[in-house]
Design a protein around this ligand. Sequence first.
Ligand code: CU
Length: 110
Amino acid sequence: MKKLMLAAFLCLLSINSYSAKRVIQLVNHQYEGVKQWLPGTIIVNQGDDVEIHLINKKGIHGFRIKAFNIEETVTSKKVKKVTFKASKKGIHKIDCQMHGAHVGGQLIIQ
Ligand SMILES: [Cu+2]
């Protein structure tokens, strides 16, 4: 019985530390004049291969995550794909390099 419990515990540990491919869709949205990417918070695990699909409904916006040297320009009516390895744990800022007043978001790597 103890061996079975140990095996189950080790199995749970391996599931928790499992890194995977994460595909996340973000949509640029404007509400009462405030522009933002939704969802504003992305949570992934360290080691995940992250693929973000950026959908911009109107105009041109930037998408920047300085911690991963990502800086993209996203035009409307085209899906821009951003890929990176979530290698650094922490809370990383997401912002728009084109519009200072654009509400930023955060990437949480746990
Ligand atoms: Cu913008």
